[in-house]
Design a protein around this ligand. Structure first.
Ligand code: CAA
Length: 282
């Protein structure tokens, strides 16, 4: 497997393209927005500069990594000759189902179709294609070049040989794969999001302030970021959407999103990307 396509040039898509390209894969990075593609290449270049400054990547390796990435606007052109597609588009069910129908139509019949979704059912996405056995979740964590985990999610019909191939591939990328099954939130977000929601409830109920809540979890539990800072980093809209998936999927009130989170998202306070969430960003 030497040629792959990544759909979506946002934060996750550019990180995924970065990691594949750095490990010698030719990457077609596909996005309908030319501006998003341009920004993605700049971000990858900037993140490679951090690695060069640290001495983990040479200038030559940086140049080769960038040369391995081919930005493209069209799915049919970008997926025709690849053996793996990793979809990292916006977390929207209708959009993902449409993308997977297109991928199924234009990618080689033997190609594996993976999705980086953080919470949409892999089984549902697979059912939009005629190759559900070759559809799998490949959930990278942000920032992708730094975080070691790849949560690999088997859909109901995913073939075991496909899972084995994606496990081996993740290891080749220097990541640590963890295979889980397809239930709401998988493992990462089933455990992370209730913690973030509980932190927001603690603030909402006046138990403590933002700084206190984050400091308790950073210094008391050795988390690199407190839960409120992490929520800002992930995006409060993304956190709300994942909590809704958990709430709807399990029908259990323990996953009900905190009203403060709902209000903040409604008001457009989405965290780092909007300039303000629990913290202000300049
Ligand atoms: N690309 C490449 N390298 C990067 C990077 C990027 N985008 N961002 C940070 N780095 C590197 C830095 O160069 C630095 O490297 P060294 O330590 O080797 O010098 C290292 O990462 C740490 O970065 P900083 O010193 O700038 O900052 P920091 O120490 O505060 O760490 C962090 C930043 C890595 C983001 C850290 O705060 C952290 O691990 N936070 C938690 C991240 C997390 O939980 N991610 C998962 C989110 S959930 C998700 O993604 C899935 C979902 O479905 C919602």
């Amino acid at each position: 497997m030497q040629k792959v396509a990544v759909i979506g040039a946002g934060t996750m898509g550019n990180g995924i393209a970065h990691v594949f390209a750095q490990n010698g894969y030719a990457v077609n990075l596909i996005d309908v927005s030319a501006a998003a593609l341009e920004k993605a290449i700049q971000t990858i270049s900037k993140n490679l500069d951090r690695q060069v400054a640290k001495g983990t990547v040479t200038e030559e390796q940086k140049a080769q990594t960038l040369a391995n990435i081919n930005p493209l606007a069209s799915i049919p052109d970008g997926v025709r000759e690849v053996s793996l597609v990793v979809e990292a588009a916006t977390e929207n069910v209708a959009l993902k189902l449409k993308i997977f129908q297109d991928l199924d139509q234009h990618a080689h019949p033997d190609a594996i179709l993976a999705t980086n979704t953080s919470s949409i059912s892999i089984t549902k996405i697979a059912a939009a294609t005629k190759r559900p056995a070759k559809v799998i979740g490949m959930h990278f964590m942000n920032p992708v070049p730094v975080m070691k985990l790849v949560e690999i999610i088997n859909g109901y019909a995913t073939d075991k040989s496909i899972t084995q191939e994606i496990v081996a591939l993740s290891e080749k990328l220097g990541k640590v794969p963890c295979v889980v099954n397809d239930y709401p939130g998988f493992i990462a977000n089933r455990i992370l999001m209730p913690m973030i929601n509980e932190a927001i409830y603690s603030l909402f109920e006046g138990v403590a302030g933002v700084a206190e809540i984050d400091t308790v979890m950073k210094l008391g539990m050795a988390h690199p970021m407190g839960p409120l800072q992490l929520a800002d980093f992930i995006g409060l809209d993304v956190c709300l959407s994942i909590l809704n998936v958990l709430h709807d999927g399990f029908g259990n009130p323990k996953y009900a999103p905190c009203p403060l989170l709902v209000n903040m998202v409604t008001a457009g306070y989405l965290g780092a990307k909007s300039g303000e969430g629990f913290y202000k960003y300049t």
